[in-house]
Each structure stands twice: as structure tokens, then as C-alpha cells.
Design a protein around this ligand. Sequence first.
Ligand SMILES: Nc1nc2c(c(=O)[nH]1)N[C@H]1C(S)=C(S)[C@@H](COP(=O)(O)OP(=O)(O)OC[C@H]3O[C@@H](n4cnc5c(N)ncnc54)[C@H](O)[C@@H]3O)O[C@H]1N2
Ligand code: MOO
Length: 430
Amino acid sequence: MPELGPSPLIAGDTHLSVADARSAIAAAIRPITRTQTVPLMQALGRVLAADVISPIDVPAHDNSAMDGYALHGADLPAAGSVRLRVVGTVHAGDVPTLQAQAGECVRIMTGAVMPAGLDSVVPQELCRRTTDGEHAVIEIDAGVLRPGENRRFRGEDLAQGRPAVQAGRVLRPADIGLIASLGVAEVTVFRRLRVAVFSTGNELRDLGEPLPAGCIHDSNRYSLMSALQRLGVEVIDLGLVRDDPAALEATLHQAVAQADAVITSGGVSVGDADYTRGLLARLGEVAFWKVAMRPGRPFAFGPLRRDGATDPAPSWLFALPGNPVASLVTYYAFVREALLTLGGASAEPLPVLQARCATAIRKRPGRTEFQRGRVHRDADGGWSVRLTGSQGAGILRSMCEANALVVLGHEQGPVAAGDRVDVWLFDGLV
Ligand SMILES: Nc1nc2c(c(=O)[nH]1)N[C@H]1C(S)=C(S)[C@@H](COP(=O)(O)OP(=O)(O)OC[C@H]3O[C@@H](n4cnc5c(N)ncnc54)[C@H](O)[C@@H]3O)O[C@H]1N2
Ligand code: MOO
């Protein structure tokens, strides 16, 4: 076995900025190409691989947006009021054949096809219904309706032949409903991304195992697998691996044989038992290691070769630091979007909110800092953020209490109480 000890931390050796690290990952990875066709009700959360082209206009006809009376906009009065004779009724699902002349209107229900020539609908509560001899009549005052109001146009939602939902979309409930509105029962999606996860460290014990002195329960694998579940990928749980180069190498081989990406935590720093980076160098290539950020500085990324595999694409290793908060922060900062891209999704930038920082924060330029905070709404309608206690990289509790990460940029200096800071909302992240 070749020497796999960690490289020493050389004074002055480079740390990539968070932005450069994100760009390097985005430049390296290519989306998977394999697709499959699934019934619509199995498509929620999957990544659409081909545009859904609308086979019809939606709605298929001009129709009413209200229960009321369809009329000629030209009949609406500029002043005073107008009386219109009701010459028929149209329900949703009817195909109206009647003709309404000037001064006439038609009782119409929401969703019913507009009778030919009529262009406006007055909601029933905005007019008065009376009679004129044996005829029903409505009376409308000036100013309650503009010509053309409350008519929905044929094809205004979707036009026949145009893409209704574009490839790359992670399908949400509204997308499923929209595709159903086209009568489309199956969609083409990318195959599910396969992501292997394992934790490294002699001190780690799994759930259900006794906890000898000096040991801790593995938490990283559980938080990471949970984040991956939310992302909709197929999670391959490879458990715990000891700080033993041979065991780590065997597990990496096992991971690469099955997975598009591999996420490890721990063993990526400069301790005597930190082997992950050395293995990445031997089984693939270290694209970069060490990012100018806190927490999360020791983070390695690169491709692992898949010797003998029919698929020429590498498996990408994201080697996350062991400290529980550092592993989650690096997941949010780098891994989440990378996996979305790898799975074929068009990566949308994360929503960033600006909030007033309740307290001062010490910060020096030259690295990005992620602090755990709780964002809340102020009485004046603005947003404020308060840090959630101890920010140590191992303190998971302050992460649980947070609903956002305060992100202090690379060049930023100290923050004074009341300054505006960028925050990433967790609900946009996971
Ligand atoms: N001399 C230096 N020491 C350290 C540096 C450094 O630059 N020079 N960096 C520090 C930073 S920052 C971090 S983060 C950690 C990361 O180190 P590793 O990725 O090698 O992680 P470990 O040493 O294996 O573990 C760190 C810490 O986290 C606990 N841990 C690990 N895995 C898990 C898990 N699955 N669940 C829960 N907790 C876990 C582990 O017990 C350690 O306490 O290195 C610093 N040191
Ligand atoms: O980056 Mo270490 O990430 O401070 O815990």
C-alpha cells in the first residue's frame, strides 16, 4: 500500500474562495443522460428530461371566470345604468349555440364556454336581476365592469404545440396538475441519481451500538441521508468505516461501482488518520481541497475513476469535514446544487434574503463565514436575524434552532448590530 498519510498543511498554501469552489464544481460535473418514462403520479420530485409539449390549447375555449351574465362590452353604460334581457343559460360543459343581440345577455356559470360574440361577464353580485313582463332582465350600473372583464381566453394558460413544462424542472405539485390538464399520462424523467454515503472515524458508533469511552454516535450520516432524501435521490447507505486505508479504499470501490456521487464525512483534515484526500488522489483526482470558509474549511472534491464500468462518467467524491455543522454547511454550500445539476435539473440560484442582524459579529475579510440564525419578521415588516447560540462547528443544537444561515461574504469585515446581512433560508435549501 503506498503512503497514504495526509499532506501537511503548508503555510500559505491556497484556500479556494467559496465562489471559486462552487464554480469549479459546476464546471466539472456533467448531468447524467439515462432517462425513463414514468406514470404521472410517480413523477413528483423527479427531474423532467424532455419538454412536455402541449397537445391542446388550455383552456380549450374562451370561457367565463365568474358565475354571472355574459354580455357585449359595448352595452356597458358610461353613466347611469343599463338593462339587458337574459336570453338563455350556459353551464360548464355546454356548447352554446344561442346568439345574443345588442341589449341582450346570457346567464353563464364559471368555466362555461362563452357564447359567440359576447366578450365580458358581469358577476351576479354586481348586477340586479328583475323582470320585464315575462322576460328576465339584469340591471348594471356604470363603473362596475370594464369591457372584456372576467373572460378567460382559449390557450391563455398553454398554447397547443408550445412547451408547457421544460426539461430540467424538478416536478412539483402544480407541474403535475398542469401536465394532467393536458391529458398527458406519462412523462420522461432522468433516472434517479444514486448517491453513496459513509462516515469515517474509529470513534464512531452506529445507532443501537454501545458507546464505549471516547466514542460518539454517528450523526453526520443521518443528517446527510435526510438531506438527500429530501433531494429525491436514491441513497446508498455504506455505513461506518474505520480510519483504515484498506477499509476506506474497499468502501470507495464499492461506492464507485454503484453511485454517481459519493459523500463522506470526516478524515479530510490534516490529522494522522485523515486518509480520504490521499485516497481521492490515488483513485481519481483532487480537483481542490480546502476552502476559505468557516465552518467547513477542510473539504475535498474530485472525480473517482470507474475502471471497467460501461458508463464512462466518473463518480464524484464530496469529502465533507467531520464536524457535524461543518458537514451540513458544506453540503448546503456545495453538494446540494451539484447533485441537482448532476441529476439533470436546471440549477436555480438559492433564494437569498437580506435581514437586519440583531447582534454584532466579529468577522475578518478573506473567508466566507456561515453562522446559524433565526430569521423573523419585524413589526415594521422587515426581516431580522438573531444568531442561535454557540457557533462551534460541532454544536448541532444551534443548527437545529436555526431556520437560516447568515452568510458573511469573503471580503466582508465585522458586522455591527443593525447591519444588513445575507441569509440563506433552510427551506430553500433542503
Ligand atoms: N491542525 C489542524 N487541525 C484541524 C484543522 C486544521 O486545519 N488543522 N481543521 C479543523 C477543522 S476546521 C475541521 S472541520 C476538522 C475536520 O476534520 P476531519 O474532516 O478530518 O474530521 P475528523 O477529524 O474525522 O472529525 C472532526 C470532529 O467531528 C467529529 N465527527 C466526525 N465524524 C462524525 C460523524 N459522522 N458524526 C458525528 N461527529 C463526527 C469527530 O469526532 C471530531 O470531533 O478538523 C479540524 N482540525
Ligand atoms: O471548518 Mo471546521 O469546519 O471549523 O469545523
